[in-house]
Design a protein around this ligand. Structure first.
Ligand code: ACO
Ligand code: ZN
Length: 165
């Protein structure tokens, strides 16, 4: 059964199902240089369906966010060991950007991470990716570190994180 989380005009924001994975991979191929194996997509959906979310308009997939969880040192507390959510990837097809879909995808994944009892949520983003950095900042993420040559082409990443209550 489909779990519709939000609607934005004619766009449905809902939890992903196995049949969404191929369209999600297609969006990823069109929009980002970082790609993953089929198995990785399947394992993220199996692990946290609460934070694997798609945006769909009239049967066409236009965006997704997918996340994982991990345990590790806090991005905020000295010496704290916490459960962390991690945004693996988010994208919206070019023609559907700047309509608020990206924001809803992040907001809903934050809710999913709270359901999973994560203490914090973080992600890496290219320092040059102004659109994405601005979106995350608006939603309360803050830059905690700059990761040197994080990407294969040598670009640095910002590690951005938010504390969840
Ligand atoms: N009318 C006009 N403007 C609007 C409207 C509207 N109805 N709704 C939102 N906006 C504006 C927002 O205010 C925001 O403005 P700003 O950039 O000036 O702050 C802007 O549109 C974007 O916000 P959203 O619409 O919520 O986000 P969008 O759907 O465009 O998605 C995203 C953002 C996902 C970063 C997109 O640009 C994208 O897919 N980029 C390519 C892939 C990418 O870089 N992904 C992130 C990599 S990092 C990682 O994956 C962890
Ligand atoms: Zn992480």
């Amino acid at each position: 059964m489909q779990v519709i989380l939000r609607q934005l005009g004619d766009c449905n924001i809902r939890r992903a199902e196995p049949s969404d994975l191929i369209p999600v991979m297609e969006i990823n191929l069109k929009t980002l240089p970082e790609h993953y194996s089929d198995y990785f997509y399947e394992s993220l959906l199996a692990e946290i369906p609460e934070a694997f979310i798609v945006a769909e308009i009239g049967g066409k997939h236009v965006g997704y966010i997918m996340c994982k969880t991990e345990y590790g040192f806090s991005n905020f507390k000295k010496l704290g060991f916490v459960k962390k959510g991690h945004v693996v990837s988010i994208a919206v097809l070019d023609d559907y950007r700047k309509k608020g879909i990206g924001r809803i995808l992040v907001e809903e994944s934050v809710k999913g991470m709270k359901l999973k009892k994560c203490d914090e949520f973080h992600l890496e983003v290219r320092c040059s990716n102004n659109d994405a950095v601005r979106l995350y900042e608006k939603l309360g993420f803050v830059i905690r570190q700059q990761l040197n040559a994080y990407y294969r082409d040598g670009e640095d990443a910002y590690l951005m994180a938010i504390e969840l209550d």
